[in-house]
Ligand binder design. Structure first.
Ligand SMILES: Nc1nc2c(ncn2[C@@H]2O[C@H](COP(=O)(O)OP(=O)(O)OP(=O)(O)O)[C@@H](O)[C@H]2O)c(=O)[nH]1
Ligand SMILES: [Mg+2]
Length: 405
């Protein structure tokens, strides 16, 4: 299984049980990654993906209990040796991701104290400390500093630890309408490549392309979570303008996407972000889209479900349109000053392709899987329906042509 990919570096992932190693690997490599369980090597699993320029080895809980540390280290050593016997030159571990749960300072201190021992077999291999589950934005900076301070007291770590990266691998739901967006995956990919030895490192356009693909996947998960939040808010009957009640969710969505694509929140990009938001909330394009969706004939879902699905559609359509704009800025085809272009592009997206797709999705919403359930179950079914119709494959036409209408 999984053709051997030449010239790939090897990343070894270490961390206690349950810190989020598997989740992290899945989000970095994408769902199309191949997994090889290496026979006779204990628990180790080797992951490869065409979209990422390195191989990732999950050795389980090497940093944890004594027994599994020894077994895990032995398994990795054996894997390296066997690979060498096969004539593979790329048998060495090139970079270590040391995963530490970023949720509690006490836990971080304990786990950092263990790095030296857990990585002692790979004496001079660069280490990237990944603070997993860094859900609290407020604590991220302090936690990173805490790790650097702890490492600075140990000579080997001072030399080997190259980066400390807070990560939220997967959307973390705080409530029906509130969530923490994925964070840190592109930075981790870039730092890992940076730490690779010359010759293995992906360079130039190659390395830029890898994070772009992964960014798009992360962007989709931000939009999916925002859509679910839009549906939840839309289901609550509030007597104000439809588009306005979505403002907080859309603000959150656009800001998360801006961060993901390296578009700052400073004064230079303020005009762009404000314009994008206005298109999605108070513009004629948004109002026209909403009226078009409301006018779909023959729907047998209740008023609250209808409002919910329209709200979700708008958030999904906004998100998809925003991704397209930010991607092209990220690729250097436009700048954050091309506000007029961005406005037109988003308006055109909302008034044409989007309405067509959303209309189809909403018509489907009167089908049995939605109308036979109520409450939370119904909102879940709606979210699934909308993300499928409005997000997946939505970009394939642009992928082919590299252009937006
Ligand atoms: N929402 C969210 N959940 C996460 C994240 N990272 C880990 N989790 C959850 O934390 C739990 C443990 O994550 P895993 O990825 O299985 O952890 P692991 O380190 O592979 O665990 P072992 O294989 O048992 O050593 C799972 O329920 C994950 O869904 C994250 O970034 N976001
Ligand atoms: Mg796991």
């Amino acid at each position: 299984m999984g053709e051997h990919m030449d010239g790939y570096g090897n990343v070894l992932v270490i961390g206690s049980a349950g810190v989020g190693k598997s989740t992290l690997i899945e989000k970095v490599l994408g769902s199309s990654a191949t997994q090889r369980s290496v026979r006779g090597h204990g628990r180790i699993a080797v992951y490869e993906s065409l979209s990422i320029p390195f191989r990732v080895i999950d050795a389980g809980d090497i940093g944890g209990a004594c027994l599994s540390r020894r077994a895990g280290s032995k398994a990795v050593k054996r894997w390296s040796k066997d690979n060498a016997l096969d004539g593979n030159s790329d048998n060495d571990i090139n970079v270590i991701w040391y995963c530490v749960e970023g949720k509690s300072r006490k836990l971080i201190r304990q786990q950092i104290a263990d790095i030296s021992r857990a990585t002692s077999l790979w004496y001079s291999v660069p280490i990237i400390v990944v603070l997993t589950k860094s859900y609290s934005q407020l604590e991220r900076e302090d936690n990173v500093q805490l790790v650097w301070d702890a490492c600075s007291r140990r000579r080997r770590l001072r030399r080997n630890v190259r980066a400390v990266i807070p990560v939220v691998a997967d959307t973390y739901q705080l409530s029906d309408t509130n969530f923490v967006s994925p964070e840190g995956i592109p930075q981790l990919i870039e730092a890992t490549n940076e730490a690779m030895p010359e010759g293995i490192k992906a360079v130039g356009a190659d390395i830029a392309a890898f994070p772009l693909k992964r960014r798009r996947a992360v962007a989709r998960s931000i939009v999916a979570a925002s859509t679910a939040a839009g549906i939840a808010v839309g289901a609550i009957p509030i007597p104000i303008s439809d588009a306005l009640i979505l403002t907080p969710i859309e603000t959150n969505e656009v800001n998360a996407l801006a961060t993901l694509y390296g578009i700052g929140k400073g004064s230079a990009s303020k005009k762009l972000l404000t314009t994008v938001l206005e298109v999605g909330t108070v513009s004629t394009a948004a109002r026209t889209a909403i009226s078009a969706l409301k006018a779909i004939p023959g729907l047998n879902i209740g008023a609250s479900a209808l409002n919910a699905v329209i709200a979700g559609s708008i958030v999904a359509g906004m998100g998809e349109g925003t991704i397209r704009i930010f991607e092209r800025i990220y690729q250097g085809e436009h700048t954050i000053d091309d506000v007029e272009w961005a406005q037109k592009a988003l308006e055109s997206h909302l008034s044409r392709e989007f309405v067509e797709k959303a209309t189809g999705a909403i018509a489907k919403a009167s089908g049995s899987e939605v109308s036979n359930v109520t409450g939370k179950e119904q909102r879940k079914a709606l979210a699934k329906l909308l993300t499928k119709a409005l997000l997946s494959g939505a970009m394939s036409a642009e992928d082919a042509s590299g252009r937006m209408a």
